[in-house]
Design a protein around this ligand. Sequence first.
Ligand code: PLP
Ligand code: COI
Length: 381
Amino acid sequence: MVDTGVPCGYLGYADRMSLPFELLPDTRRTAPEQRAQMMRDPGFVKHFSDHMAVATWTADQGWHDSRIENYGPLGIMPGTAVLHYGQEIFEGLKVYQHADRSTWLFRPEMNAARMMASAERMDLPQLPVEDFLTSVRNLARVDREWVPFGEEMSYYMRPFMFADEVFLGVHSAARATYAVIGGPAAPYLSDGMTPVDIWVTTTYSRAGEGGTGAAKCGGNYASALVAQHEGARNGCSQVLFTDAATHQWVEELGGMNFFAVTSDGVLLTPPTSGSILAGITRDSILALAPTLGLTPQVRPISLSELFAGIVEGDICEAFACGTAAVVTPIGRLVHKQDQEVEVIPLTSAVGDATRAIRTSLVDIQMGRAEDRFGWMHKVEG
Ligand code: PLP
Ligand code: COI
């Protein structure tokens, strides 16, 4: 093991200068007609905007060389560490355009903090919260024309960081790149009104005790793909994972948190133990629930309680939530039991609680409802 010898954490650079993330000259501008065409049917970021934010970290200099430059190749060598050992983390957040054409970020400080936590777990350098915020704000400002207006439309931002030292020895990064890219996006799974079918796996695990489930790192998603493929073969668009040790407890989906709603108005979600990602949408829904007459309850949910609750009518709605997915109703749970595929139907239409939660959240994000929790950050200029 090679020790870089330098503390890579935030505190190690407490007296450092902030990163400016300024726009480099000679930048690209897509022609307005071409951009309008790309934004008409954006899918989930089928097209990236003109620019990206980039900064470099080295063990001897810390964070430096921040910039906003043209979106383009990062130019890594085949021997770059991330390609071999997967030392990579990422975030996802959205920019919304309000009716007065102003643009807004939703709780970006939460993404900044979570990225620091992910970096710590993956032994990558921590980017200070203020630098994360400058990078996303400046990119949102420079590419403001790429932020679509319309129901459920947004500009999705993907901050990420990877070990880009060129060396095949296994050790913590001595050099890392942080970047933010993004583009116009419609919701990831459905329009929020159409329920999706979910494959429940008790074969594959997404995360285990002491693993990386609570970090937003690429490996968690790579290891979930085989289950996602299995789900797709069974007509499902996402996978609900259970705990790795016993496969008896509901955890989360491959890229979203899970909620169930009981017939007496209790909103249930499992606790974000070390194997579940602490979703910002999840946290927001837990805060909104009481304002909608729902009782939030964070507690373990067993698979047998979930299945029996649905069959007996005690659980009447379930949904997936996340930045990309927003709030997506679950129509059916599909599960393989003793070689038989079992289908547990929940609903064919969006339920009242799911609809109320989605509307309440989206109304705040779109500037149609009072931002009583102070979640929205205006992108100035
Ligand atoms: N769980 C996983 C595994 C995710 O990838 C995501 C998406 O970011 C979420 C949950 C939801 O998190 P958030 O609401 O912060 O987007
Ligand atoms: C997000 O919601 O931001 C994610 O990263 C999830 C991914 C499935 C797109």
